[in-house]
Design a protein around this ligand. Sequence first.
Ligand SMILES: Nc1ncnc2c1ncn2[C@@H]1O[C@H](COP(=O)(O)OP(=O)(O)OP(=O)(O)O)[C@@H](O)[C@H]1O
Length: 274
Amino acid sequence: MTEGLLSVEDLTISFLSEAGPLRVVDGISFAIGREVVALVGESGSGKSMTGRAIMGLLPRQADIRARRLEFDGQDLTALSPSGWNRLRGAGIGLILQDPKYSLNPAHRIGRQVEEALLLHARFSAGERRDRALDMLDKVGLPDPKRVYSSYPAALSGGMGQRAMIAAMLINRPKLLIADEPTSALDRGLQDQILTLLRSLTEELGMGLLLISHDLQQVSRYADRVMVMRRGRIEEEMASADLANAKSAYTRALWAARPSAATYGTHLPVYGEER
Ligand SMILES: Nc1ncnc2c1ncn2[C@@H]1O[C@H](COP(=O)(O)OP(=O)(O)OP(=O)(O)O)[C@@H](O)[C@H]1O
């Protein structure tokens, strides 16, 4: 890891339930530099809530506590609502699963990619257009001018997700959080988008937090993985060391990867008696 960007210490997120407070994130600590880190775990393990906490986007009912939540030298626990607004888009970008829900169907792509420039920087209309076209090109969209003046419905799912990534990167955030960024896409496109995110992270010198339930897939693109289970980080390691994971849970997730040897057989289910 190089220069630290994000530092999280003892982060706890709870919701009030009839049975008392329900801790969905239970005292986790981690740091991210200019690197790709995957946060992996099964559904409900607390991955999305962790990502949202870093963006100041937790549901109102959530109770968040942290000994330290610091991004780029800034204490996030003390941030005002307008401070969060400044941070989102300019400092930290968020990419969600499905561009259908992130892109506004009523506005042309160009306007949506430029939008963050209006909020965070002062550029002329011509400069905004040039920057948007440049970014549409960078995310690998063919014919950026045509895409710029298209509506989202004219784009395929993969193109929509590339446009979404362009909109998030236009302000050159230092950290990008991608929460299941490819779940809505078919397998071939998933690998293309993950390859793109990985190479943009290196090219733009960002950090990337890649949230996913699919350990074997994201570990191919991540420098490090953090395996989350029931609100805690069960294990954290370099992707290259996954074959030697200590935790039985990580080993089970890792062993669940399909390979020529397991093709056609039942994949192991963790905790299942056999
Ligand atoms: N508004 C809420 N009120 C109460 N509990 C909530 C609320 N939002 C989320 N939760 C609970 O928080 C837990 C963690 O959710 P989170 O979305 O972080 O899981 P996840 O690991 O990202 O899983 P998934 O991949 O299914 O999104 C879940 O058990 C969920 O039911």
